[in-house]
Design a protein around this ligand. Structure first.
Ligand SMILES: Cc1cc2nc3c(=O)[nH]c(=O)nc-3n(C[C@H](O)[C@H](O)[C@H](O)COP(=O)(O)O)c2cc1C
Length: 359
């Protein structure tokens, strides 16, 4: 997937790589819980991680409404659903973080097992079903944290409870926005997870217009995360509508719905082609007028390069952290630098949208 890099060859890197490999011997959700537990206890703070600064030259980018970022690689939703360890993720070098999905009331999610690794494919399937501490409890954690958003902005991904009907769903998103408002640099209206019945049915102009009208004052904070399973035509019509409604931007994409080898949402490398196609479809409609964050199958710096070239302002990762461990961001930034050097780009801002430029 990537060439060996100085970061990935150091002793510390090899030890962390070994730790990641050992975690992968455990069942997937247990490994995830152990990883979060270690991060919560600030295990990374005691390690002499390499400095990120030498990798940041020319990597700065901006997400409208969110801020200036040191580089384009952020944390995707679902890894730290309840804000247990944002400091740990910032320490891994991620330039912006998304917590959630958070539901209004606490709920346990689906029965276990509900998370599966597909090691050979660098993929994951989950049917977590929004296990959430609930908005009030997470708000209390965030109040105690007093996150500054500088230099690492923190966004909050919102969903509905399992037993909330689609007719009442607007109330769940509103409750999330109101309860968590003081703590979020941005919100994500999640209408794309495949494991909550009726959720994807909310990915339509009518529902999202209601959200936009009700939260006019907060629209510059609101992003929408879409799924990769819509046909091109309806996807593009929805993107156009969301742009006109005034949402700040889109996250493309959530997981791809699968029934085999497990029922749930597919992440990681097997998602890359579909998620990239959605990015291209969206860019075809909105160009530079609506900011896009890419998510889905971004495991290497080469992948980051390709999404930025296709018009993404920044990217989010999840599976990459599972398969590459705590130094994933470092390795990906080195690879991204190599990709830019190969093509003679010094600044990431010049890479943005370059895929569509005709010479
Ligand atoms: C176990 C797991 C839980 C997830 N939970 C959420 C979630 O709660 N909300 C959400 O919007 N996306 C969730 N996602 C989707 C990720 O944020 C991301 O969009 C997806 O995994 C694709 O990125 P990747 O290929 O880098 O993993 C989850 C993904 C996984 C693997």
């Amino acid at each position: 997937m990537s060439l060996p890099s100085p970061v990935s060859q150091s002793f510390l890197a090899r030890s962390l790589h070994l730790g990641t490999a050992i975690l992968r011997l455990l069942p997937a959700e247990l490994a995830h819980d152990v990883g979060l537990w270690l991060l919560e206890r600030q295990i990374l703070n005691s390690l002499p991680l390499p400095r990120l600064e030498p990798l940041l030259d020319g990597m700065a980018c901006t997400l409208p409404g969110i801020g200036d970022l040191a580089h384009p690689i952020g944390l995707g939703a679902g890894f730290d659903k309840n804000a247990r360890a944002p400091q740990g993720f910032a320490r891994m070098g991620l330039s912006f973080l998304e917590i959630g999905t958070i539901t209004p009331r606490p709920q346990p999610g689906n029965p276990k097992p509900r998370l599966f690794r597909l090691d050979d494919q660098l993929g994951l399937i989950n049917r977590m079903g929004f296990n959430s501490y609930g908005a009030v409890n997470v708000a209390e954690r965030l109040r105690r944290l007093q996150w500054s958003h500088t230099p690492v902005p923190l966004g909050i991904n919102l969903g509905k409870n399992k037993d909330t009907t689609t007719e009442a769903a607007i109330e769940d998103y509103s409750y999330g926005i109101e309860t968590l408002g003081p703590y979020a640099k941005y919100f994500v209206i999640n209408v794309s997870s495949p494991n909550t019945e009726g959720l994807r049915g909310l990915a339509n102009e009518g529902f999202l217009k209601e959200v936009a009208l009700r939260h006019r004052a907060d629209l510059s904070k609101l992003w929408v995360k879409l799924d990769p399973d819509m046909p091109k035509k309806s996807f593009q019509l929805l993107v156009e509508a969301l742009s006109k409604l005034g949402f700040q931007g889109l996250i493309l994409t959530n997981t791809h719905r699968v029934d085999s080898p497990q029922k749930g949402g597919m992440s990681g490398h097997p998602l890359a082609i579909q998620a990239t196609a959605c990015l291209e479809w969206a860019y075809e409609v909105v160009g530079e007028s609506l900011p896009l964050i890419a998510s889905g199958g971004i495991l290497s710096g080469q992948d980051v390069y390709q999404r930025i070239a296709r018009g993404a302002s920044a990217v989010q990762i999840y599976s990459s952290l599972v398969y590459r461990g705590p130094l994933a961001v470092y390795a990906m930034l080195e690879e991204l630098r190599n990709e830019m050097d190969l093509r003679g780009y010094k600044f990431l801002s010049d890479v943005k949208g370059s895929y569509y430029k005709k010479d």
